[in-house]
Write a protein of this length. Structure first.
Length: 278
């Protein structure tokens, strides 16, 4: 969806669906949201916080966020974001729970339970958006699958393994990798990512930071500890904040959201870097 096509009715519908799933019946009441009267397009987004991500100059991507929380956690956000396709926006949810809670912390189990609750809630809300006819990442996936499928792929550059628990996003990235000349495999949790890397020995791994079973850093640690996977280039990506020390454990890092041009540039950079160090 292009921003000029955004209407007040769409945003109100997205907020209502979000709050219905996030708060349900009873308990703490959701935050009341007042939208600018008779506004459309970008003017309608005055209630949102505008965030422009440009980790590499010349590759900007924009998203609009609205912190609505949920009955167990106050920091979850409604998003209208641009990702992979410049100028194309869709509704999504950011759990915003990427705190570094170590396994030896006394509340580690409770924190993991909360993150699992947030992850499942995010899926329910985004499914609600799709059922109501609002654009989600599935629209971007279909757009890229159709456009990339009509093109002649570049010469084969090897096998890329995509490890991401957001299946529509993984499929969208897969379409772009096919266009860039890669064969692909996809898995949707960290434990499966380690197993697939050991079995397939891919030429490149695109690894999400936030994953069920094992998170991205735990996956990376296991890959680096295994001589059979140690030299595979890993491009880490995340919608949350990641420390510089953790970023440096991978061969490259992408902050979500990012455009296709930056994805392709970072893949080239990561693969060149590994070729030099081998």
């Amino acid at each position: 969806m292009r921003l000029p096509a955004l209407t007040s009715e769409m945003v109100q519908r997205a907020i209502a669906i979000y709050q219905q799933h996030a708060y349900g019946m009873g308990g703490r009441a959701p935050r009341a949201i007042e939208l600018p009267p008779q506004a459309e397009g970008e003017r309608l987004l005055a209630t949102f916080q505008r965030e422009q991500v440009e980790t590499v100059p010349g590759h900007p991507c924009c998203r609009y966020s609205l912190r609505l929380g949920n009955r167990n956690y106050p920091f979850m956000k409604l998003l209208l974001q641009e990702h992979l396709v410049p100028g194309e926006f869709y509704f999504a949810v950011d759990t915003h729970d990427q705190l570094d809670i170590k396994a030896d912390y006394p509340d580690y189990a409770a924190w993991n339970a909360l993150r699992q609750f947030n992850r499942e809630l995010k899926v329910r809300i985004e499914n609600g958006f799709a059922a109501a006819g609002l654009d989600t990442c599935a629209v971007v996936r279909r757009m890229l699958t159709e456009s990339c499928g009509a093109e002649v792929a570049a010469p084969c550059r090897g096998l890329a393994l995509i490890v991401d628990d957001e299946e529509d996003l993984a499929a969208a990235v897969e379409a772009l990798l096919h266009r860039a000349g890669f064969r692909t495999a996809k898995v949707f949790d960290g434990k499966a990512g380690v197993q697939a890397a050991q079995e397939l020995r891919p030429d490149l791994i695109l690894l999400d930071y936030e994953l069920p079973e094992l998170d991205g850093l735990e996956v990376l640690a296991q890959l680096r500890a295994d001589p059979t996977t140690r030299s595979i280039p890993v491009l880490l990506n995340s919608a949350g904040r990641v420390s510089l020390a953790d970023i440096e454990k991978a061969d490259g890092f992408l902050a979500k959201p990012y455009p296709e041009s930056l994805l392709c540039e970072m893949i080239d950079r990561v693969m060149r870097k590994r070729q030099v160090t081998r």
